[in-house]
Every structure is written in C-alpha cells, then in structure tokens.
Write a protein that binds this ligand. Structure first.
Ligand code: ADP
Ligand code: MG
Length: 703
C-alpha cells in the first residue's frame, strides 16, 4: 500500500496558479494579468517579461528544462514542440536559463503538417500559437523530464483558427455577451460576464498491454476489428459499480495523483457497464479549462496505464457486442456573481428567468439539432450512437416529468400554476430515513438531458475533444439569447412580452422534448413524424456545418468564418477517409498474414486427422465435418478479403473530399463487415492454440 499522502499539498502543485502568480509577481503585474484574464485585452510587453521570468523560475525550481506551447490542432489531440530554456553561453562558457515574454506569448511552430482544410497553401504555412491566459500553465512530468506547458490557441498567419480552442474561446465570449443582456432584463446589474461550466465524465477500457500489443487492430485502429463475443458479456450487470480489482485500483490511484498535481479535480471513479470498462469524472469548471483538462485526463489515463502494464482504450467502440464509451458533457451557465441560469429553484413554474432560459435552450437545440449532432460526430462514434447502449443519433431534450409538465401547462394556457412534487420515498425500514425524492427520475437514453441544474450532453465520443460540442452549445444558445434579448429590450411591457415569448418559444419547439425510451424503434418513427433530423453517421453530418443556417449563426457571433467552416468540413471528410482506410488495411493485413494462414494450418491438421483416422479403420465423421465447416468459412473469408482489397484500392485512389468519404462509408465499411463475419465464425471453430491473437475473453476478463 502506498504511503500517506497529503492531497491538499499535492493539488495543483504542478500548476502555475493564480495563487502562485500573486505570490511571485509584483503587485502591479499581478493586477494587470488578472485584469486581462477577467476583461480580455493584451498584456503589456513589460508585464509579459515579468510573468515569463516568474513562470520560468517556478518551472526550473520544479526541475523543468524545457517549455512548450501546448495546443489542440484539428487532429483532435494535443500538440507540443519542446524548447529548452537554454541560451547561448557567455564568453566564460556559462549559460543562463532564459525565457522571454515574447516566447511566452507567441510561438511559431512549423504548422504545415497540421490539418488546415485548404486554409493555408503550403507556401505560406505559417501558424502561430498564442497564450490563452485564462487557462493556467502547468508542468507535465513524463519520461522526457518535467516540461512547462503553456496552453495556447493556434491560428494561421491570416488569423484563421486552426484549432479547437480558438472557436471555443470565441463562443464563450459570444455567449457571455448575450447572456448578460438576459440577466440585465431581470435586474441583475452586478454580473459582468457569464461563463459556461463543464464537467466531462470520461469512460474508457483497460486491457493488458502485452495482450493488446499482440493485436494489430488495437495498435493501429485503437479498437478490435475482429473478435467473436466471449461466452460472457455484460448481461449479468456484475461489472457496473462492482468492486474495483486491485490492478485497476492501483492504476486509478496513480491516475488521481497525477491529475491532482495538474490541478484536475478528479473526483469520481467506478467500473462501468461493460467488462473492463471504467469511468473517471472531475468536478466541473470553466469550459475552456475543462477542455484542456479533459485532454490531460485522456493523456494521463494512457500514460499511467503504461506504467501498470495496461493499455487504456479511449475508442468509442473498442469491442463489438458490449457497451461503447462516451463522454457525458455536463454543461451549465453561471454569472460571475454566482447565479446558475439553469438553477430552477424550488418553484421552477414561477421562476421566469429560468423559464426564459429554458425556452431559449429548447429553441436553440431544436433549431440546430443537426449542428449539435455534428459536434459529437467522429469515426468511432458512428459505431456507438444509435446502438442500444448509447443515446440515439436523433437529438432530443429530456426534461423530466416535473419540468415537462410545466412546459405543457405554459404551452396550453400560458401559465403554469401547479408543480408536480417529487414526494417522499419510503424505504419501508424503520431504521432507514425516508427522503424526499427528486422530482425527476433519470433517463439514460436521452442525448441531451436536464439533470437538476445542468444539461448533460451524452452523445460526445470518449476519444473526442470536448471543444466542438461546447463551442456549438455556446453558439446556438447565444443566438437564442440574442433574439430573445432583441425582442424583450424593445418591449413596452416587459412582463407581458416575456410571458408571450416563453409561450411562443415553448410552443414552437416542444417537438424537441422527448421523455420516453430513446432506444425504442418507435422513437425513430415518431421523431421522423415530428420532423427531427436523424443523421446516422459522421459523413452525413459534415454538411450541416456549411448550410446557410450554420454560416449565418457562426459568422454573426464571430465564431467561425465561412472559410473556416468549409475548411473544417474538408478536414472531417479527410479524417473519415483516412481513418477507415487504416482500419481496412489493418483488416486486410490481419486476415492475409494471420487469420488465413492459421486457419490453413488448422485445416491441415484436420485433413491429416481425417486420413489417419480412416487408415486406422475408424469413423472420421467429426474431423471431416469440422474440416468442411472450416474450409467453407475460409473460402468465404478469402473472397471477402479480396473484395475489400478491391474497394480499398478504388477508395484510396479517389480525390480527397466528400465523395471519397461517402465511398468509404458506403463501400469500404460494408466490405469490412463482410470480412469480419466469416472471420469471427472461424474463431469459434478453430482450436484455441491455432488462433493467431488474443480473443475478447483474453482481453476483457483478465485484467
Ligand atoms: P452523474 O450522477 O450523472 O454522474 P454527477 O453529479 O456525478 O452526475 O456529475 C457529473 C458531472 O457533472 C461532474 O463532472 C460534475 O462536476 C458535473 N456537474 C455537476 N454540476 C454541474 C453544473 N452545474 N454544471 C456543469 N457541470 C456540473
Ligand atoms: Mg452522468
């Protein structure tokens, strides 16, 4: 067991927090930093120099030799290029570690290899990283040694965003500006800004690293491309919230320590529904910090897994037949004087500001359900959304019984006089207390569920950045707030106008509310009848980014230009095609070099057995039947692999873009499924020693 640890001392020990700045910076400089953080603007050159020196001194005290601008290009992961604090030695050969204000504020990585979707021609491949002062610098401790990481935004020479951070920051400003207009209407004169808070619950799988490394699909695609189901899956529900096994527990313990040092408030951990599946969740914080921290959570899970001989799989669907992994994105909006606009209070039916905010969110989600769906789309999530364990691909809002009732009263009569109560839960045991129930039960099937004082966007994929979903949420809600504020600010009678508006919005957008079972096939029909979009896959979702509606929204609030939206669409098509291509090539390789040869060896054994048993004058029925079954499947497999090789060749020869992506989705994915089927059936027929790589049972039940 580990020695005692003091979590309070450990927490944020590797973060250059506001507290450390206060301690280490001259008063004036600290004030200037704080002002830029709160109100925006640029840090003066002089202040930047002072901050850089203090930051460097702190980093060096903590053993750092290098710094990096840490950014989030459109690859979906983070990027870093390390520079040492080393400078040219003086004539005595002595070197002083240095770090200038300029180096702190601006970096210029060679950006030509990051995806830009045609925004930059290669001859002007300049990209700049700029310090996001609202997200604290930290020290990452890896085998490379401690490195000072400076969270940055990444833009092109001409100012176009090339990352996930810049649009997020823009969307936060837009939301704040519009939300302030709303709270002002209700007499809040104190608040100066409104921030979205985000808490991301992260699901993941843990498997033995050595076994995982024996499978090319896990190495190259991050998921299994072959694999018959193990005799046992998750049907017993004995893993969910089960006792955490020692090896996993030791891993979680170390993950927490690493995360706490980085100032990530890792709080909740438990086993999830599928065997080998787990979850970790931090406490919510400002959206941009939450986005950074979620990247650190993902990195830390992977890194620490390695120390324990484990491999952390963040893929949305690492194993067929059991649950996939998501990332529940809990989102709320709070003023800087502490009012959560999504707090309904005891009597939501009388809370006009809350009802207006709710009406605006209904309008936003209904109007832009397609964009919200897109923001959670990635290659892996195609295998998860719409499956029976994940929210459906159709976006709807779950409000719960009490709020739904309030909405319907408002729609019917313009008033909501009554409130359904939660009532008392009687345990029936005299020594256990009875307690007041929540007015709303949970609905795990809803993609966008109101859970007390926040919305939980559950569609997001486990491996994805939460940058895009939050950018979209902020943007669509900013638009609804803006339209409401335009009307209400101009109204002669605010009381009447706000009532009318709430009724109007709720009536017009009530179709987006669905409290039923999102997994039921009837919901697909019902949603179609309501006219709600059902976008089945990532490639189909891409064009939602460039509709007139989307361009108008994002341009109006300065979040994306039309050119940026087109570039993002291009990148998504490219990413999709490349990812599926890697999967197809991996399948071909595994089938041709591992599965087919192994099965032939096994067939050879069976054939020998048939001959020998016959020669010995005995009944060769069993080996003969097995041989027939195995060779029949082998033929089917070989034909399917040949077909996959053909379509892959056509696909990879096509011009990059929409058409190619759709070809991958329609032809290549179909051909991959056709390869998998006979291979998985063979796995069930072939003697275990002959199967060329670890099976689902080996991977999921032996950690
Ligand atoms: P669940 O039971 O759904 O897992 P939790 O209460 O554990 O719900 O919260 C899940 C996540 O939601 C955590 O990251 C938590 O910090 C976050 N969260 C809680 N309240 C809010 C809020 N008002 N705004 C945003 N996130 C929140
Ligand atoms: Mg939750």
């Amino acid at each position: 067991m580990s020695e005692m640890m003091n979590v309070e001392d450990l927490f944020a020990s590797k973060v250059f927090t506001l507290g450390k700045m206060k301690e280490r910076l001259p008063k004036g400089t600290y004030k200037e930093v704080k002002k830029v953080m709160d109100q925006g603007g640029d840090l003066s050159k002089a202040a930047a120099e002072v901050v850089a020196k203090a930051m460097k001194d702190w980093a060096v005290e903590n053993g750092a030799t290098h710094y990096t601008h840490w950014f989030q290009p459109l690859t979906g992961i983070t990027a870093e290029k390390h520079d040492a604090f080393v400078t040219h030695p003086d004539e005595d050969g002595k070197m002083i570690m240095e770090f200038s204000g300029k180096e702190l504020i601006k970096g210029e990585p060679d950006a030509s290899s990051f995806p830009s979707g045609g925004l930059r021609a290669t001859f002007e491949a300049r990209g700049y990283t700029t310090w996001d002062i609202t997200s604290p610098a930290f020290i990452k401790e890896t085998a490379t040694g401690p490195t000072l990481c400076i969270p940055t935004a990444f833009c092109s020479y001409t100012g176009e965003a090339l990352d996930k951070k810049t649009p997020l920051l823009r969307s936060m400003e837009a939301l704040s500006k519009q939300a302030i207009r709303i709270v002002r209407l209700f007499g809040n004169t104190e608040a100066t800004k409104v921030l979205p808070s985000v808490g991301a619950e992260q699901e993941y799988f843990l498997v033995d690293a050595k076994k995982a490394s024996e499978r090319e699909d896990i190495l190259f695609a991050g998921r299994t491309l072959f694999g018959a189901p193990a005799p046992k899956g998750q049907e017993m529900d004995d893993h969910y919230f089960g006792v955490i096994r020692e090896r996993v527990g030791a891993f979680m313990h170390d993950v927490n320590i690493e995360l706490w040092k980085l100032g990530v408030t890792s709080k909740t951990q438990h086993n999830e529904a599928a065997p080998a599946q787990h979850e970790v969740a931090p406490i919510y914080e400002s959206a941009n910090v939450a986005v950074d921290h979620n990247q650190l959570v993902m990195e830390t899970l992977k890194r620490v897994a390695g120390y324990h001989g484990l491999r952390c799989m963040l893929h949305e669907k690492p194993f067929a037949g059991v649950n996939g992994s998501g990332k529940h994105n809990n989102w709320s909006i709070t003023t800087d004087n502490g009012v959560n606009l999504l707090e309904p209070g005891q009597t939501p039916n009388e809370n006009i500001q809350f009802l207006l905010v709710l009406a605006c969110i209904m309008k936003a989600v209904d109007t832009h359900a397609d964009l919200l769906r897109q923001s959670a789309a990635n290659v892996g999530n195609d295998l998860r959304l719409g499956g029976y364990e994940a929210p459906p691909a159709i976006i709807s809002i779950f409000l719960g019984e009490q709020l739904e009732d309030v909405v319907y009263q408002l729609v019917e009569t313009g008033k909501a006089d009554s409130l359904k109560e939660g009532g008392v839960l009687r345990t029936g045991v005299s020594t256990l207390p009875d307690f007041v129930k929540d007015a709303t039960d949970r609905n795990r099937t809803s993609p966008f569920a109101f859970t007390g004082n926040k919305f939980e966007f559950r569609s997001v994929g486990s491996s994805d950045s939460i940058g895009s979903p939050n950018t979209t949420l902020n943007a669509i809600v900013a638009e609804a707030f803006c339209e409401a504020a335009d009307r209400l600010e101009a109204a002669d009678n605010f009381e009447m106008a706000v009532h009318d508006l709430i009724k109007e919005y709720m009536t017009a957008h009530q179709r987006i509310i669905f409290n039923g079972n999102g997994y039921a096939p009837e919901w697909v029909e019902e949603a179609a009848r309501r006219g709600l979009p059902n976008i089945p896959s990532m490639v189909e979702s891409v064009e939602t980014l460039t509709t007139a509606k989307a361009i108008k929204l994002f341009e109006k609030f300065g979040i994306f230009t039309e050119a940026e939206l087109h570039s993002r669409a291009e990148i998504l098509y490219e990413t999709y095609a490349k990812s599926v291509n890697i999967e197809a090539l991996t399948m071909i390789d595994m089938a041709n070099k591992q599965i087919i040869p192994s099965v032939m060896r096994y067939a050879n054994l069976l054939a020998d057995t048939v001959i020998k048993v016959k020669e010995a004058g005995a009944d060769a029925f069993v080996p003969a039947e097995n041989l027939k079954a195995v060779t029949a499947k082998l033929t089917e497999l070989k034909k399917a692999v040949d077909e996959l090789m053909n379509v892959e060749k056509v696909a990879s020869g096509m011009k990059q873009g929409k058409e190619q992506a759709f070809f991958y989705r329609e032809k290549v994915v179909t051909a991959m499924n056709a390869v998998r089927k006979p291979a998985d059936e063979l796995e069930k027929l072939v003697e275990k020693d002959y199967w060329p790589f670890p099976t689902y049972a080996d991977l999921m039940f032996e950690v």
